[in-house]
Design a protein around this ligand. Structure first.
Ligand code: ASP
Length: 313
């Protein structure tokens, strides 16, 4: 039987069950299923893992439910600064953008960086200029506006606080919003790929950049081992070089995917305040979706075509 697999996430963090009405849960699950179907269609047709993860992440970017693309959080200036990256496990090529504004699908721009820029990571105005030159679809500020995100921002605007939606919550009934999105895939040809996209943290300043566009921290893929996409407290994931660490534990120590993910998520990240989780797939099509907080929007699908989605443990 042919082996291929796709896993996606829509962020991890504190998700109080009390805030999850059946309607909301359905909306999230529907959005996850739509993204899974999109990526799965690419894989069924014999397409590349890289195209599958990009297709799935673009779908999630287009959904206002997640903190990426449409629905990205507000920074301290009331703008949306987005980060994204993707990596091809076949040849270790990678593309990433940081702090980009008005780009409809940051992961699409990251792909163009990989394919056409001669660079791996570009940022800010330069990235915008590149997007413009490459005729990447742009949107005005209004497109990215979401009332819920706006209200989140209003709680912190004018203060030095930023909202990392993954931080431990003293008020258990208050939802900490997250919603970075990501995808990992194994295609029929045995190639692995990963992609991640985010709006970062509410009220972020100083052009803060998280782990999502950092190859090795938030995203990593290598045909020798696995493909990984992370979500969580970006600063901690950068310090842990979390995504690459999963690869390293498999490649150098011979751990299974499941064991490597467990070590990173439950042993290495917690001492660094690394709340969050990650999704990963290995070269045999095993899929692991793990997190060290109360929930993670997630889903996966394999060659049998059965869609699986979940939010809580
Ligand atoms: N990791 C992202 C960041 O720190 C946030 C997230 O996962 O939601 O920018």
């Amino acid at each position: 039987m042919e082996r291929y697999a796709l896993a996606i996430h829509g962020g991890a963090g504190t998700i109080p069950r009390t805030s999850m009405t059946p309607e909301r849960e359905k909306a999230y699950r529907d959005a996850l299923e739509t993204a899974l179907r999109r990526g799965h269609a690419v894989l069924v047709a014999g397409g590349a893992a890289l195209d599958a993860v990009q297709a799935a992440v673009q779908m999630l970017e287009d959904s206002p439910h997640f903190n990426a693309g449409k629905g990205a959080v507000f920074n301290a200036d009331g703008q949306h600064e987005m980060d994204a990256s993707l990596m091809n496990g076949a040849d270790l090529s990678a593309g990433a953008v940081a702090g980009v504004q008005n780009v409809k699908n940051p992961v699409q721009l990251a792909r163009r960086v990989m394919d056409a820029s001669g660079h791996v990571l570009i940022s800010g105005l330069g990235a915008f200029e590149f997007a413009h030159k490459q005729k990447i679809p742009l949107e005005d500020d209004q497109y990215f506006f979401d009332q819920f995100r706006y209200e989140q921002w209003q709680e912190t605007v004018g203060t030095d606080d930023y909202k990392l939606d993954h931080s431990a919550d003293s008020d258990a009934d208050k939802e900490r919003k997250f919603g970075t999105v990501g995808a990992v895939a194994l295609d029929k040809h045995g190639n692995l790929a990963a992609a991640t996209s985010t709006g970062g943290m509410t009220n972020k300043k100083w052009q803060r950049i998280g782990d999502s566009p950092i190859i090795g921290a938030g995203t990593y893929a290598n045909n020798a081992s696995c493909a990984v996409s992370c979500t969580g407290h970006g600063e901690s994931f950068i310090r842990a070089v979390a995504a690459h660490d999963v690869h390293a534990l498999m490649a150098y120590k011979g751990l299974s995917l499941q064991e490597a993910v467990r070590v990173v998520v439950h042993e290495k990240l917690p001492p660094l305040d690394g709340d969050g989780g990650l999704i990963a797939v290995d070269k045999d099509g095993n899929v692991v979706l793990d997190f060290n907080c109360s929930g993670m929007y997630r889903g996966h699908v394999g060659a049998d075509g059965v869609l699986h989605t979940a939010i809580f443990r």
